[in-house]
Design a protein around this ligand. Structure first.
Ligand code: ADP
Length: 604
C-alpha cells in the first residue's frame, strides 16, 4: 500500500516538473539586434544547455541598458558581453570572468583598432598627422571600433574630441566607415581590428585602396592594426551565481571542439582561460569612461594639480601685488601723516601771523588815534576859535531877539529870521564838532576815492587859527582836475595836518617870510603829489638822518612820532613820503599817492 502511494507521489512530482530546476539564463549583448545575436550565439547557448542536463540554458538578448538591468536585478546567471561592457559591470556589480573568447588563431589578446586612410594619402603617415583632419568611427561606445583608437591617439598627442577638424560616428554597418574613407568623405576611419580583412574577404572593398596608419604587429595575430591589443569578449558569472554552475559552464566550453557548429556560428575558434582585463581598466581610467566616468567631473584639486605652475605664478604675482599694495599704502599713510602735521603747523603759523597782523593793525590804530588826539590838543586854540564864531553869532542873534521882545518891537517875520540864523549857526557849530569828533574817533581805516584838495582844505582849516595868531600866512595852491586817490580821508587829513604843524613849529620865532604853501598836482604815472613847503629853520644834519625814526624829536614837548606815523600811513596807501630842502630856505615835505582805479565814466 505504502509503496504504491510513494510511486504515485513520484509520478505526480515528475509530471508537474517540481523537481526540475529553471534553465540557466545567459545574457548576451545583442549589439546589432536580437536576430543577429540569435544567429551568432544561439548555437553556443544550446551547446551549454546540453551540459546542464534536466535544466538546459536559454539565451536572453540584451542591449547595453538591458544588460545592466539584468545584472542589477540578477535575472540572468551568466553574461556574454564585449570587453568594455564587461569591465564596466565588473567594476560596478562584481561580475567575474570565467572564460575568454578566442575568436582567431591567436592565443593572446585579439581586440584592437585599425585606423585606415586612403592608400594615396601620402600626407597621412602617422597618428599625429590626424590633427586638424576629419575622422569617422562606429560609435563612441564601440570598444575596438573607437575607444581603443581613442587611447592610442591620445598617446600620440591627438585628442579626437579637441584636435580634429571633425569627428563623426557612422553607426552600423561598419563598412560605412571604409566607404567614407575610400570616397574621401573623411580623411581617416576607425575599424575594429580584423574588420578590414573581413570586408576584403567578403569582397566588399579593394584592399589596395587602403593603408593602415601606424601599423603594429603581434605574435599569432594576423589582422592589421594600429593599436595595442586587448582581451576578447569574456563569459562572466554574476556575484550570486553558484561556483558549481560556473565550473560546469567553463568545463563545457573548454571541451568544445574547434570545428563545433556553435564555434562556426559564433565565428570563433574556442574558449581560453580568462585573460587579464586590467589593461582595459587602465585604458578606461585614462579615457575617463565606463566605471571611471566620474573622473570627468574635474575637481578643483585636479585642476590645481594640472595647472600648478600657472597657479604658482599667479600666487607669486598676487604675493608681489599684495606686498606692493601694502608698501604703497604704508607710504601713503606715512606721507599723509607728515602732510597733516605740516598742514597743522602751517595753519597754526597762519593763525599766529593773522593774530600778529591784527595786533599790529590794532596798535597802529591806537598810535594813529593817540597821534590825532595829540595833534588836536595842540590845535585846541584853533578849535576854540572856530567854535567861537558860531557861538558868538548865536549869542548876538539871541540877544537881539530878547531886546526886540522886551521892547515889544519885534515883528514876527524879523524874529523868525533871527531864530533861523540861530539855528544855522548852531548847525555850523555842530558840524565843526562832528568834524573834530570824526577826526579823533578811533576807527578802522575806510578806503574810498578821496579828493586830495578836500583833505588839504580840511587840514588847513584845523591849523588856520594857530597860523593866524603866529602871523604865518598859509597859501593853498591846489591844482584842478586831479584824479581822486584811493585813501582813508581822515588819515590823509592827519598827514597833511602833521606836516603843516611841523612847518608852523619850524617857523616859530623866525621872521615871517612867505609862510607855508601847500601845493597839489599830478606826479606822472597817474599819481598825485602834495608838497608842504615852509620857510623855517630847515633840517639839521641829525634831523636829516633820523627824520622818520620813531621818537626822534628836537622839540622839548615833542613825541617824535608824527613823521614816522605819516610815512606808515602813506606807505599803507601805496604812497611815499620824503623831505627836501626848500630852495628859498626851510623844508619841503612831499608825498605821492596813487590814483584810485575808477570807472572812466565816473564823474570826478
Ligand atoms: P615831533 O614833531 O613830535 O618832534 P615829528 O616826527 O613830527 O615829531 O618830527 C621829528 C623831528 O623832525 C622834529 O622834532 C624836527 O626836528 C624835525 N622836523 C620835522 N619837520 C620839520 C620841518 N618842517 N622843519 C624842520 N625840522 C623838522
Amino acid at each position: 500500500m505504502v509503496a504504491r502511494l510513494l510511486s504515485v507521489i513520484l509520478l505526480l512530482l515528475s509530471s508537474h516538473g517540481w523537481a526540475a530546476e529553471p534553465p540557466v539564463r545567459v545574457g548576451v549583448l545583442a549589439y546589432r539586434g536580437e536576430e543577429h545575436a540569435a544567429s551568432v550565439w544561439e548555437p553556443t547557448i544550446r551547446y551549454l544547455g546540453d551540459h546542464f542536463p534536466g535544466r538546459g540554458a536559454e539565451m536572453v538578448a540584451l542591449d547595453l541598458a538591458g544588460m545592466e538591468a539584468a545584472v542589477q536585478n540578477r535575472t540572468v546567471d551568466l553574461i556574454l558581453t564585449n570587453t568594455g561592457n564587461y569591465v564596466d559591470l565588473e567594476a560596478r556589480y562584481g561580475v567575474t570572468r570565467i572564460a575568454t573568447l578566442q575568436s582567431g588563431p591567436s592565443s593572446g589578446n585579439a581586440i584592437g583598432s585599425a585606423i585606415i586612410v586612403r592608400a594615396d594619402r601620402r600626407d597621412l603617415t602617422a597618428l599625429r598627422d590626424l590633427r586638424g583632419r576629419t575622422l569617422m568611427a562606429i560609435d563612441p561606445d564601440a570598444f575596438g571600433g573607437f575607444q581603443v583608437a581613442w587611447g592610442e591617439m591620445l598617446d600620440a598627442g591627438v585628442d579626437p574630441f579637441r584636435d580634429l577638424k571633425d569627428l563623426r560616428f557612422s553607426g552600423f554597418p561598419v563598412d560605412r566607415v571604409a566607404f567614407a574613407v575610400r570616397d574621401g568623405t573623411v580623411d581617416a576611419g576607425v575599424l575594429r581590428a580584423c574588420v578590414l580583412e573581413e570586408l576584403v574577404a567578403e569582397g566588399r572593398i579593394d584592399p589596395a585602396a587602403f593603408r593602415v596608419l601606424g601599423p603594429r604587429s603581434a605574435p599569432d595575430f594576423a589582422c592589421t592594426h594600429s593599436t595595442v591589443l586587448y582581451p576578447d569578449w569574456p563569459l562572466a558569472r554574476l556575484a550570486g551565481t553558484s561556483e558549481g554552475l560556473a565550473k560546469q559552464a567553463v568545463v563545457a566550453l573548454f571541451q568544445m571542439p574547434p570545428d563545433h557548429p556553435a564555434a562556426k556560428a559564433g565565428g570563433y575558434q574556442g574558449w581560453a582561460v580568462p585573460r587579464d582585463y586590467q589593461p582595459v581598466h587602465a585604458l578606461f581610467r585614462s579615457l575617463r569612461i565606463g566605471p571611471y566616468r566620474s573622473l570627468r567631473d574635474v575637481s578643483l584639486v585636479d585642476l590645481a594639480r594640472e595647472n600648478w605652475h600657472w597657479l604658482a605664478l599667479a600666487a607669486l604675482a598676487l604675493l608681489w601685488w599684495t606686498i606692493h599694495s601694502l608698501r604703497v599704502e604704508h607710504l601713503i599713510k606715512v606721507r599723509t601723516a607728515e602732510l597733516r602735521a605740516v598742514n597743522r603747523d602751517l595753519l597754526r603759523e597762519m593763525a599766529e601771523r593773522r593774530r600778529a597782523e591784527e595786533n599790529a593793525r590794532e596798535r597802529q590804530r591806537e598810535i594813529d588815534h593817540v597821534a590825532r588826539l595829540s595833534i588836536l590838543g595842540e590845535m585846541a586854540s584853533n578849535l576854540a576859535h572856530e567854535l567861537n564864531q558860531p557861538l558868538g553869532a548865536i549869542a548876538n542873534y539871541a540877544r537881539g531877539c530878547t531886546r526886540r521882545l522886551e521892547a515889544g518891537t519885534g515883528r514876527s517875520a524879523e524874529l523868525a529870521d533871527a531864530t533861523r540864523a540861530i539855528a544855522e549857526q548852531a548847525d555850523r557849530a555842530a558840524h565843526i564838532i562832528a568834524r573834530i569828533r570824526n577826526f579823533v574817533r578811533k576807527r578802522a581805516p575806510q578806503i574810498e576815492p578821496v579828493d586830495i584838495n578836500d583833505a588839504v582844505r580840511a587840514a588847513a582849516a584845523l591849523c588856520a587859527d594857530r597860523a593866524r595868531s603866529a602871523g604865518i600866512a598859509v597859501t593853498l595852491d591846489l591844482a584842478d582836475g586831479l584824479p581822486r586817490v584811493a585813501a582813508d580821508a581822515v588819515q590823509i587829513e592827519q598827514v597833511v595836518l602833521n606836516l603843516m604843524k611841523n612847518g608852523l613849529d619850524a617857523m616859530e620865532g623866525c621872521p615871517p617870510a612867505d609862510g607855508i604853501t601847500v601845493r597839489t598836482g599830478p606826479d606822472g604815472d597817474g599819481r598825485v603829489r602834495v608838497t608842504v613847503a615852509d620857510r623855517g629853520h630847515g633840517l639839521s644834519a641829525e634831523a636829516r638822518e633820523r627824520l622818520f625814526d620813531p621818537f626822534f624829536t628836537t622839540k622839548p614837548e615833542g613825541m617824535g612820532l608824527g613823521l614816522s606815523i605819516c610815512r606808515t600811513i602813506l606807505e599803507s596807501h601805496g604812497g611815499h613820503l620824503w623831505a627836501a630842502d626848500n630852495p628859498g630856505g626851510g623844508v619841503e615835505m612831499r608825498f605821492v599817492l596813487p590814483a584810485a582805479q575808477e570807472n572812466p565814466t565816473h564823474e570826478p
